[in-house]
Design a protein around this ligand. Structure first.
Ligand code: MN
Length: 515
C-alpha cells in the first residue's frame, strides 16, 4: 500500500435485510469481511478499505452515512448488496451522504455452485437483483456515483476501484486546499481567470492573494547556509557546466539566487499551509533591481516552480489558479505511479502531415517528473520577459515518449467544464537555441481534430498532463465534482463533438434551473 494515502480510509457497507433471519446476516457479515480483507491484501487498492458492517434498516444506513460525512479519514463509501436490500431504506442515508460513492456490483461466490445450490443459498446470494434495486434508488435520487462491475478477486475490477480510490483521495485533498497567488492574473487574459467563489463551492479549494512584499519577508529571512546547502543539492541532482559550481561566478550567482527563491516560496507556502501557488512575471517584489541594495527575485522563480511541482505543490503560471489546483490534484492522485505529471502550455505548432504535433513547454516552468533524462540539465540563460529581464536558472530536459492524458478546467460562466484530451508524446528534436524543458505531443485522434475540438470546447493554452492518469480518472473526478466533462479521444469527430457541446449547454442550463 502506498504510504501516500495512509491517512485515508474507504468505508465498505454491505446492504442486507433481516427478512432471511439472523443466520443469514451472520453469513453476510463473514463474507463481507473476507472480501474486504481480500481487497486490502490484493495490493491493488492504494487506500485501506474498512468494513463497517451490514446495513439492515433505514436507521442503520442513515447512521453510517452521517458517520462517514463526519470522519475526516473517510474519503468515500463502497456499497454492495449481498442480499436483496429494499432500497427505500437507503433514501435518507443517500440523501445525506456527502462523500464519494462507489457501488460495487459483485458477488461473494465466483461461479454458480450448480450441484449444491438450494433456496438457502439463493436467500443469501442475491446481489444480481439486490444491486439493481440499489442502482435504481441511486438513479431515482440522482446520486452521483461510480458503478464497478466485476468479480471482487479479479484484478480488473480491483483496478477500477483503485482509480476511484485515488481520485477520491485527491478530492479529499482538494477540500482543504489553499492556493496562493503571488500577484494577480496576467492582465487581460480570459481563460485562466474565473469565479473563485464558484471554485470553492463546486471544487472545494480556496484561492487567496498574497502580496509579493510578504513573500519578500520570507526571502529576506532565508539563511545563507541553507541556500548553500540547496545549491550543493542542485549540483548533485543535475547535470551542469563547471562554471555553475562557483557561486560567485555570474551564472553561479543566478543559481544561488534561484535556490534562495525556492527556500522563500517553500517557507511561505508552509507557513500558510498552502498546497499550490501561482506567479506573475510582472510582479516580483517592489524593489528596484538596479538599486545596489536590491532585495528580491531577479526574474520569475522558474527553477523553484519546477522543483516545487515535483514535490507536489500545485503550480500555475501567470496567475492561473485553476491550473495550480488541478496540477496538485493530478500529482496527488498519481502518487507512487512511475511516469510523472506536469503543468504545460501549448507552445508552438509543428505541421508535419499525420505526425503534426504541438510542442509543450513554458518559459521556465515544466515539472522534471516527466523528464526522459535521469539527470535534467541545470542551465542559466537570459529571459527577456516581464518586469525584470535577466539571466535566470532553469532545468532543461525533454519528456518521456508514450501515451498520456492532459486536462484543463475552464469557467463557462454558468459552470465549470473539464476538458480532457488523450495525447501521444513523440520524440522531439533538440532545441539548441531554446533552452527550455519540453514535450512534443500529437493530440488524439490527430492534430487537426484534437486541437480543433479543444478549441471548440474553449480549452486553455495551459493544461495539466500526466502519463499515469487515464481518462477513467477524469470521469471519476467529474462525477464526484458534478461538473461537465468532454473527452477528446481516438473516436472523436468534430461533428459529434459539437453536438455534445450543444447538448451539454442545454443539460447544464436545465440542471441549474432544477436546483
Ligand atoms: Mn503561460
Amino acid at each position: 500500500m502506498s504510504q501516500a494515502f495512509s491517512e485515508y480510509e474507504i468505508w465498505w457497507v454491505t446492504g442486507a435485510q433481516l427478512l432471511y433471519g439472523g443466520d443469514a446476516v451472520v453469513a453476510v457479515d463473514g463474507h463481507s469481511k473476507e472480501m474486504v480483507d481480500g481487497l486490502n491484501a490484493s495490493g491493488n487498492i492504494p487506500v485501506k478499505i474498512v468494513y463497517k458492517g451490514t446495513a439492515n434498516s433505514s436507521k442503520e444506513v442513515e447512521a453510517v452515512m452521517k458517520a462517514a460525512n463526519n470522519d475526516n479519514k473517510c474519503i468515500g463509501i463502497i456499497t454492495w448488496m449481498h442480499t436483496f436490500s429494499p432500497a427505500k431504506m437507503w433514501i435518507h442515508g443517500l440523501q445525506q451522504l456527502q462523500k464519494p460513492l462507489l457501488h460495487f456490483h459483485t458477488q461473494y461466490n465466483e461461479e454458480i455452485p450448480w450441484n449444491t445450490m438450494d433456496m438457502d443459498f439463493m436467500n443469501l446470494n442475491q446481489s444480481a437483483h439486490g444491486d439493481r434495486e440499489f442502482g435504481h434508488i441511486c438513479a431515482r435520487l440522482r446520486i452521483r456515483r461510480k458503478v464497478v462491475v466485476g468479480y471482487w478477486k479479479d484484478a480488473t475490477a480491483q483496478k477500477h476501484i483503485a482509480v476511484w480510490a485515488r481520485v477520491a483521495a485527491a478530492w479529499a485533498d482538494a477540500q482543504d486546499m489553499l492556493i496562493i497567488r503571488f500577484g494577480d492574473q496576467m492582465n487581460n487574459v480570459a481563460v485562466t481567470d474565473g469565479d473563485k467563489v464558484s471554485a470553492e463551492q463546486v471544487l472545494g479549494y480556496h484561492v487567496d492573494y498574497c502580496p509579493v512584499s510578504e513573500l519578500m519577508e520570507h526571502f529576506k529571512a532565508v539563511k545563507d547556509a541553507d541556500v548553500d546547502a540547496l545549491f550543493a543539492t542542485y549540483m548533485k541532482e543535475y547535470d551542469h557546466v563547471a562554471e555553475l559550481e562557483n557561486k560567485n561566478s555570474e551564472a553561479g550567482q543566478k543559481v544561488w539566487n534561484a535556490a534562495k527563491a525556492e527556500l522563500a516560496i517553500r517557507s511561505i507556502l508552509k507557513a500558510k499551509g498552502a498546497k499550490g501557488f501561482t506567479t506573475n512575471f510582472d510582479d516580483l517584489g517592489t524593489d528596484n533591481i538596479n538599486d545596489p541594495k536590491f532585495v528580491g527575485f531577479d526574474q520569475i522563480p522558474g527553477l523553484a516552480s519546477q522543483r516545487l511541482m515535483a514535490e507536489g505543490y500545485g503550480f500555475g503560471a501567470e496567475g492561473d489558479w485553476k491550473s495550480a489546483a488541478l496540477y496538485r490534484t493530478v500529482w496527488f492522485m498519481t502518487q507512487g505511479l512511475p511516469m510523472g505529471a506536469s503543468f504545460l502550455e501549448d507552445y508552438t505548432l509543428n505541421f508535419n502531415g499525420r505526425e503534426s504535433a504541438i510542442l509543450q513547454s513554458h518559459m521556465l516552468e515544466v515539472c522534471p517528473l516527466i523528464a526522459a533524462e535521469k539527470k535534467p540539465k541545470l542551465e542559466v540563460h537570459f529571459l527577456g520577459i516581464g518586469i525584470r529581464k535577466s539571466q535566470t536558472a532553469r532545468l532543461v530536459f525533454t519528456s518521456k515518449k508514450g501515451d498520456g492524458v492532459t486536462a484543463t478546467v475552464v469557467d463557462m460562466g454558468n459552470r465549470f467544464r473539464l476538458i480532457v484530451n488523450d495525447v501521444k508524446c513523440i520524440e522531439p528534436k533538440p532545441l539548441p537555441k531554446l533552452p527550455v524543458a519540453s514535450a512534443l505531443w500529437i493530440p488524439q485522434p490527430n492534430f487537426e481534430v484534437g486541437a480543433g475540438a479543444w478549441i471548440l470546447a474553449g480549452g486553455t493554452h495551459h493544461s495539466c498532463f500526466s502519463y499515469d492518469v487515464t481518462p477513467e480518472y477524469w470521469e471519476d473526478y467529474a462525477e464526484i465534482a458534478g461538473i461537465e466533462m468532454v473527452h477528446i479521444n481516438k473516436d472523436t469527430t468534430i461533428e459529434n463533438f459539437k453536438i455534445q457541446l450543444r447538448n451539454n449547454e442545454v443539460y447544464y442550463m436545465l440542471n441549474k434551473a432544477l436546483m
